[in-house]
Write a protein that binds this ligand. Structure first.
Ligand code: GRF
Length: 208
């Protein structure tokens, strides 16, 4: 069994999608642990209800980012993960953590990167008059919401959309995209050539 650690800060709906899909599809992998930087993250309770081990590392208790990073690295090492999935994890990881998990560290971001890294992606897409929106799963680098793109899911922006409506449409696609991208990584299906991720079997990395 390959081992996955999921890092969250909040709701945890992507975590849920990953755990459910892994079970339904009978992956040769499972989520061993869920780690949150926020003690009140709703996803922690859900993980516990599923019998998944959880841990909290409150970033507010660390004066410096490097110290938080080192503590997080030591904590995550406990489970010797084959993949680390950031799922709504609202901290930027430092170079030591990123280097330690090079090639096995994924993030999901609710925009079509490289457009709209950072916060309030749906509001910014609406304000820019975008006709398409979506989500991206990418390998993590030290730059915020940046790194080789594993897959993207695309949705239309409809004329009457507000932020909540667009966010919900994108989120539903995230729940399909993230488990698929993670499974590819765990199955060794991904290679990165000059910063571009290809699926070995030539599967489409675009969800329309
Ligand atoms: C998702 O929109 C994800 O793309 C972003 O943060 C949100 C997390 O939602 N990084 P959830 O905690 O997985 O429900």
């Amino acid at each position: 069994m390959k081992r996955v650690v999921v890092l969250i800060s909040g709701r945890g709906s992507n975590l849920e999608a990953i755990v459910r899909t892994a079970r339904e599809e009978g992956w040769a992998a499972r989520v061993e642990a869920v780690v949150s930087n926020r003690p009140d993250a709703a996803g922690l309770a859900w993980a516990r209800s599923q019998g998944i081990e959880t841990a909290v590392l409150d970033h507010r208790r660390y004066a410096e980012r490097a110290a938080f990073d080192a503590a997080l690295a030591a904590l995550v090492d406990r489970w010797a993960p084959d993949a680390v999935a950031l799922a709504g994890f609202m901290r930027i990881l430092g170079p030591a953590f990123v280097a330690r998990h090079d090639g096995r560290l994924l993030n999901i971001h609710p925009s079509l990167l490289p457009a709209f890294p950072g916060l309030h992606t749906h509001r910014r897409a609406l304000e820019a008059g975008c006709k398409l929106a979506g989500a991206t799963v990418h390998f993590v680098t030290t730059a915020l919401d940046h790194g080789p793109i594993v897959g993207q899911a695309v949705v239309p922006v409809l004329p009457d959309d507000d932020e909540a409506a667009l966010a919900a449409r994108v989120l539903a696609r995230e729940h399909v995209l993230y488990p698929r991208a993670l499974r590819w990584l765990l199955d060794g299906e991904l290679r990165v050539v000059q910063g571009v991720v290809r699926h070995r079997g030539g599967a489409s990395q675009l969800w329309l």
